[in-house]
Design a protein around this ligand. Structure first.
Ligand SMILES: NC(=O)c1ccc[n+]([C@@H]2O[C@H](COP(=O)([O-])OP(=O)(O)OC[C@H]3O[C@@H](n4cnc5c(N)ncnc54)[C@H](O)[C@@H]3O)[C@@H](O)[C@H]2O)c1
Length: 365
């Protein structure tokens, strides 16, 4: 089977996960990397044995690629994804898909028009603990999911926000803890509970106000088309870092939840009260080092980047949808954008569904 030639765009923190994952992906080779900071691209290429380092996507695409993975800051996802799709390249973009729904819709439309595979990276879906909850819902073992809960209690140093100029500004980051961190758990929540239809919420900048304008804390409620309801409680001000938790309760009364602690560590199903399968797993203990560096958090997630990147490469080869499509990724952004709007207006926000794929739109037109 043909070997896919890939490029990586954006050679910062998370790009190493992509290079390591692609090196472990059969039938794929990274031929170039690109960063607007050329020195960073060159250093990255040397560290990961990548033949070409360039400063622009035009130069990267000229290397004769089949696909790119996109690791630029969120507000720069759209321009790279649209340029790649328009050049006929398959694209796997880091989360969140974009920072506003109009941009997400333009990205999805560009991929549809070009007929390329478009995926968005939510590697936590590949945790066995997440797959187990999804399977328990599919098998009917918890009944219909009726209640969900997301808790994100992370710790970030002030330096996290000051080290990268783009972080913490509405213009260059697009949001705070919801957009950057909790988006992973919000993605899991909607994967488990289905289509979100209305959202309300509050946001606040409680601790890092001297350094950022986006939120470091948020609470929200979500109603889903099925009638299920959920709460979200997220912050980066918790010290110690208590990680993340996503919990689902079904009509059977069963609770299936996962906890990621320390942050970046593979989650476990800490509470599992499915009939006949009850398990409780203790995740917190005083001996675990909770506040770990970002590089370690990201490093622990590499095996799951690898699973999603391998799925993306297989999806291209098999002509099927990847595990997480652009449309799937739009749902978590829709919830987050609605929390921001609700916080701004003091109202409950009704969500509009994702635009239909091209084929369906043309049939109904
Ligand atoms: N899946 C995960 O667990 C995970 C973890 C961390 C970050 N991320 C996501 O990855 C993305 C990047 O985050 P990061 O922490 O690596 O950021 P970063 O700032 O460390 O790296 C971004 C890089 O993109 C480069 N860049 C900016 N604009 C560019 C352009 N037009 N063309 C080429 N290069 C450009 C910058 O110079 C920088 O080197 C973000 O969207 C973030 O949310 C995902």
């Amino acid at each position: 089977m043909m070997t896919l030639r890939l490029g990586i765009v954006g050679c910062g923190n998370i790009a190493a996960n992509h290079a390591i994952a692609l090196a472990q992906t059969p039938g794929a080779v990274v031929v170039g990397c690109c960063d607007s900071n050329l020195a960073r691209a060159q250093e990255f290429a040397a560290a990961h044995n990548i033949p070409h380092a360039v400063a622009t996507t035009d130069e990267l695409f000229a290397l004769g690629l089949n696909a790119v993975t996109v690791c630029t800051p969120h507000p720069v996802h759209e321009e790279v994804v649209v340029a790649a799709a328009s050049a006929g390249l398959h694209v796997l973009c880091e989360k969140p898909i974009a920072v506003d729904l109009a941009a997400a819709d333009r990205m999805i439309a560009a991929a549809d028009t070009a007929g390329v595979t478009f995926g968005v990276l939510f590697q936590r879906r590949f945790w066995p603990a997440a797959q187990r909850i999804r399977a328990a819902i599919d098998d009917g073992r918890i009944g219909q999911p009726i209640l969900g809960e997301v808790t994100v209690q992370l710790f970030r140093e002030t330096e996290y926000y000051s080290a990268d100029a783009w972080r913490g500004s509405w213009l260059t980051d697009g949001g705070g803890v919801l957009m950057t961190q909790a988006v992973h758990q919000i993605d899991l929540l909607q994967w488990f509970l289905g289509e979100p239809v209305s959202v309300s919420g509050f946001i606040a900048t409680q601790k890092f106000g001297a350094h950022i304008e986006t939120e470091d804390s948020a609470v929200a409620t979500v109603r889903f088309a099925s009638g299920a309801i959920a709460s979200i409680n997220a912050s980066t001000v918790s010290n110690l870092n208590l990680g993340n938790r996503v919990s689902v309760t079904g009509t059977s009364g069963a609770v299936a939840s996962l906890t990621e602690f320390p942050e970046g560590n593979e989650a476990v199903n800490d509470v599992w009260t499915v009939e006949g399968e009850t398990e409780f797993t203790q995740v917190y203990n005083a001996h675990t080092r909770a506040n770990i560096p970002l590089s370690q958090i990201n490093g622990q997630l590499t095996p799951f980047h690898t699973l999603q990147i391998q799925d993306f490469v297989s999806a291209i080869k098999e002509g099927r949808e990847p595990a997480v499509t652009g449309r799937d990724a739009r749902a978590s952004l829709a919830i987050i954008a609605a929390v921001y709007e609700s916080a701004r207006t003091g109202t409950v926000i009704a969500l509009t569904p994702s635009p239909a794929p091209l084929a369906e739109s043309s049939i109904s037109a």
